[in-house]
Design a protein around this ligand. Structure first.
Ligand SMILES: Cc1ncc(COP(=O)(O)O)c(C=O)c1O
Length: 393
């Protein structure tokens, strides 16, 4: 390994969403407990990114700015090299975050009362984008096969047929189930949506986070028709652990859709400008950090394997670990322990001192599940497994 993924920089009292939870439960820094919830990594930022930011600080005035052409070109080069999609820089619209982007997309492309499809259980802000903005939630529940989830295409077709249903927010790769949808699956989704005039908002923020043997397909890359009927939300934030820099790239090949989105962005942010350091970091990441990413993925895969082996060995079938194809968010079913989901949360947090993201946050089908963020130094995974064993066996 050329990079250090095994040292921890604690984030007590630094405003971190994830670490703040520990303080709420009275955990002290000396207890050596880390949280496994919110989806950012406990890996130190790549030195290439830090260097680029330092260089910018030494040489720049932090005035109003927009992203440069070089930045947009580096985004497109990354997408071409890593995912094989020939995207054009002019298709990209900026957004501080992907959540902002899919909220804006719901406003831009649907009207109050319209149906919006979600493949549930799913990342919880997607429900909010629908419910808080007066749209109608249309669930297309995923089929739970015990170790992986699949899309129920018949149900999707039924739901998409309703003329009042106008959008699908696709989570690809899927959070929290860890699926990397195959090209064939995405093609079926896209065909159903095309046939029924349902526009696809494809949230691909996890697109670079792939376990060995899995390949991500960018939805819009499948065909010109799909590119014309979708927007693709991407960012360097998850990939390189720079979410705090608030820089995302929304690809909208269809000019008409792009204009509508831009109008919506201007309403919520009438004087658009960028976070200069976010763009500097993003460009450095895309140009110089593929080696860092490959090593980070190896650690995540090692952590995944350690958990799967331990749980299979120690917990028989009382806890089930779902296959992780992409993301660093391991989906686990604790229902075999026979606790209610609220009791599970209490016991994990108070007794085992394990701070996962609770499955019920992702929808009713997630009750009794936990989502374990495994992008952290391996010894914290091992210690957490011992606490799990000490609490339940
Ligand atoms: C599927 C998905 N979309 C969006 C986000 C957050 O995006 P942002 O921080 O850019 O708003 C996350 C973070 O966990 C996510 O998992």
């Amino acid at each position: 390994m050329s990079y250090d993924f095994q040292s921890l920089h604690t984030r007590f009292n630094k405003g971190s969403f994830k670490w703040n939870e520990l303080a709420e439960y009275g955990i002290k820094p000396e207890e050596n407990i880390i949280p496994f919830s919110v989806a950012d990594m406990e890996f130190v930022t790549a030195p290439e990114i830090i260097q680029a930011i330092k260089h910018e600080l030494d040489s720049s005035i932090m005035g109003y700015a927009n992203a440069t052409q070089e930045y947009y070109q580096s985004v497109c080069n990354w997408i071409k090299t890593r995912h094989g999609w020939e995207a054009k820089p002019e298709w990209i619209l900026p957004s501080h975050g992907i959540v902002d982007a899919f909220f804006a997309a719901v406003r831009a492309y649907s009207k109050p009362g319209d149906g919006v499809i979600l493949n549930t259980p799913v990342y919880y802000p997607m429900y909010s984008a629908i419910n808080l903005q007066g749209r109608r939630l249309v669930e297309n529940p995923l089929i739970n096969k015990g170790n992986r989830y699949e899309i129920d295409f018949e149900d999707l077709e039924q739901k998409a047929k309703d003329p009042g249903t106008t959008l699908l927010i696709l989570c690809s790769p899927h959070n929290p189930c860890g699926r990397v949808w195959t090209r064939e699956e995405l093609t079926r989704v896209g065909e159903i949506c095309l046939k029924n005039n349902v526009l696809v908002i494809s949230d691909e923020i996890h697109f670079d986070l792939l376990m060995p043997g899995h390949k991500h397909t960018i939805f819009a890359s499948i065909s010109d028709e799909f590119a014309d009927n979708s927007i693709v939300c991407t960012a360097p934030s998850k990939t390189f652990n720079i979410a705090g820099l608030q820089t995302s790239n929304i690809f909208i090949p269809n000019e008409n859709l792009r204009e509508k989105f831009l109008r919506e962005l201007q309403l919520s942010n009438p004087n658009p400008k960028c976070n200069v350091l976010g763009y500097v970091a993003g460009q450095a990441a895309y140009e110089n950090c593929s080696g860092w990413l490959d090593e980070a993925l190896k650690i995540i895969d090692t952590n995944r394997k350690i958990i799967s082996d331990f749980i299979a060995r120690e917990f028989d079938k009382k806890i089930k670990v779902y296959d992780l194809e992409g993301t660093y968010l391991l989906w686990m079913d604790f229902n075999g322990l026979g606790l209610g989901f609220k009791e599970l949360e209490k016991k994990n947090r108070r007794e085992a001192k394990l701070f996962f993201d609770e499955g019920y946050l992702f929808g009713k089908a997630g009750e009794g599940y936990e989502r374990w963020n495994i992008a952290c130094p391996t010894k914290y995974i091992q210690a957490a497994l011992e606490r799990l064993k000490g609490t339940y066996l």
